[in-house]
Write a protein that binds this ligand. Structure first.
Ligand code: FES
Ligand code: FES
Length: 172
């Protein structure tokens, strides 16, 4: 077994993993972060999305060894810090939460978009959510809800720049 240290949801965490263990399994099975779903296991659905140094990645395609020394954020951690509340509210208001399976990954990808753009266009949101599939036909409503949350944040001056990423002031 190999020791892997990561900053997981703001706390230093240590896991002893085998060489081939995937990040999705470490986080779900060892850390109990069950918002991370196992879907296609091929990097195509986005259900297993986590943020790796603020970038959305498919945890089913990442080996846990690869994140040694890196920062990983999950829905549980961002939710506990209250960073997703307005996005969650906008999704509910917009009738954009139909299944619950894709929603955690969508929220993380949307959070990453809002960290990059203070006023993202619909196109920028669509591109940011490209790796997250919605098979029930809600994607348009999800994109609209993310934009609504973004505009609310911007109007309240509540920008959330991540470490190391330059915030674009106007995404139009
Ligand atoms: S389970 Fe990882 S992208 Fe589908
Ligand atoms: S809302 Fe989850 S698949 Fe459409």
């Amino acid at each position: 077994m190999i020791p892997v240290r990561m900053e997981l949801d703001g706390s230093e965490s240590l896991f002893e993993v085998s060489r081939g263990e995937r990040l999705v399994d470490t986080l779900r099975s060892r850390a109990g972060l069950v918002s991370i779903k196992q879907g296609c296991a091929q990097g195509r659905c986005g259900a297993c999305t986590v943020l790796l140094n603020d970038q959305p990645v498919a945890a089913c395609l990442v080996l846990t060894l690869q994140v040694d020394g890196q920062r990983v954020d999950t829905l549980e951690g961002l939710h506990a810090r209250g960073l997703l509340r307005d996005l969650q509210e906008a999704l509910i208001e917009g009738g954009a939460v139909a299944c619950g399976h894709c929603t955690p990954g969508m929220l993380l990808a949307a959070h990453a978009v809002l960290m990059r753009f203070s006023r993202p266009s619909l196109k920028q949101i669509r591109e940011g959510l490209e790796g997250n599939n919605c098979r029930c036909g809600c994607k348009g409503r999800i994109v609209a809800a993310v934009r609504k949350a973004a505009l609310r944040r911007a109007s309240q001056g509540r920008l959330n720049p991540p470490r190391g990423v330059k915030v674009v002031k106007d995404g139009y």
